[in-house]
Design a binder for this molecule. Structure first.
Ligand code: MG
Length: 349
């Protein structure tokens, strides 16, 4: 088994091995004295893995309950969170009890947020089942929920006690969702690891997915260890995301997946920075080719002025500017503040 150790306020392990889902009970037992466990999942993942996880927890003596909500980003709202609280309170969860988040990014974000706030915070364990959650969102302790005014506008930093990654769960994932996660994998290569980028160019990522997952979570671990609350270096993880989020907003979070939006965002911002002479020549061509290799789009027809306007209203903009993550070259990134009035000119380059 591969173990990646995270040294945030409360240290925890990320475990990676095929078939780990079936050992969920004993693994959760190793990090808690809880009597009760609430497994939170969505209607898609329930059919695939809930039974296995619940029976594994029960066989370790946990009093276990299951909370299922309808799959999809639309359910990522405060009403769903409220029903999680009601469920946990009715099940008489105490402060020493524990939540297990079983599913993709939406499940992890919301179950984590419910755990962060129920009784002022109880422990939780992540069992991410999508590639995006396994390489990215299950690590780092960001939890949250959408409100009508914006995505993830309400949330908390709350680190899991343990992350259990079973790459076998990817076998049940439609290709669309594999591609979605690959955008974040490519992002890690771009910002921090030329070796990873070259591996993605020369091999088929799915053939060596355990290595890929371990590399990505190790990069994220290193960044989060140095900057848990996103005051500096952690912002590098937003490469391609500022423009990507703008596109997601323009399309109302429909029709374009997060990964697709990030892929377009990475290509757009690097095309601009390469033209501005900031990024080494040839980078955007390689990023474009790699995104295409993994089934991701590299351009969009949305109006560039509209994209710029959405950027300016991004929740991460402050003091009249937006911090774009740019590449010096592949594997080396930095942030650069761009005044709101200059965004359009920069991305139109
Ligand atoms: Mg992302």
């Amino acid at each position: 088994m591969r173990v990646v150790k995270v040294n945030t306020g409360t240290p925890y392990d990320i475990l990676i091995e095929r078939g780990l889902t079936d050992n969920a009970g004993s693994l959760v037992k190793s990090v808690t004295n809880a009597e009760k466990v609430t497994v939170i999942t969505d209607s898609n993942v329930e059919k695939l893995y809930a039974k296995r996880v619940v029976s594994s927890l029960e066989s370790e003596g946990f009093d276990t309950s299951l909370f299922v909500f309808e799959a999809g980003e639309k359910q990522k709202n405060l009403a769903t969170i409220a029903s999680m609280y009601n469920h946990m309170a009715d099940f008489r969860m105490s402060r020493k009890d524990i939540v297990v988040a079983l599913g993709g990014g939406v499940v992890g974000d919301m179950a984590g947020f419910a755990a962060a706030t129920y009784m002022r915070g109880i422990d939780f364990v992540q069992i991410p089942t999508s590639l995006l959650a396994q390489v990215d969102s299950s690590v780092g302790g960001k939890t949250g929920v959408d409100i009508p005014q914006g995505k993830n506008l309400v949330g908390a930093f709350h680190q899991p006690r343990l992350v259990i990654i079973d790459p076998d769960t990817l076998k049940s994932l439609p290709q669309y969702y594999i591609n979605d996660g690959m955008a974040e994998v490519i992002k890690y290569g771009c910002i921090k690891d030329i070796g990873l980028f070259v591996t993605l160019e020369t091999e088929n990522a799915l053939d060596i997915i355990e290595d890929i997952i371990e590399t990505c979570v190790s990069i994220k671990r290193d960044v989060v260890n140095r900057d848990e609350k996103e005051k500096g270096e952690r912002m590098l993880l937003n490469f391609g995301h500022t423009l990507g989020h703008s596109l997601e907003k323009i399309y109302n979070f429909e029709g374009l997946s997060h990964g697709q939006a990030v892929a377009i965002g990475m290509v757009m911002i690097t095309a601009a920075s390469e033209k501005a002479g900031i990024t080494e020549k040839g980078c955007v061509g390689r990023i474009e080719a790699l995104c295409k290799k993994y089934g991701l789009p590299v351009s969009d027809t949305a109006d560039i002025a509209e994209i710029a306007a959405e950027c300016a209203s991004d929740k991460k903009s402050s003091a009249g500017s937006v911090s774009f993550v740019l590449l010096k070259k592949i594997g080396e990134s930095f942030t650069r503040k761009t005044p709101l009035n200059d965004i359009l000119e920069f991305i139109s380059l």
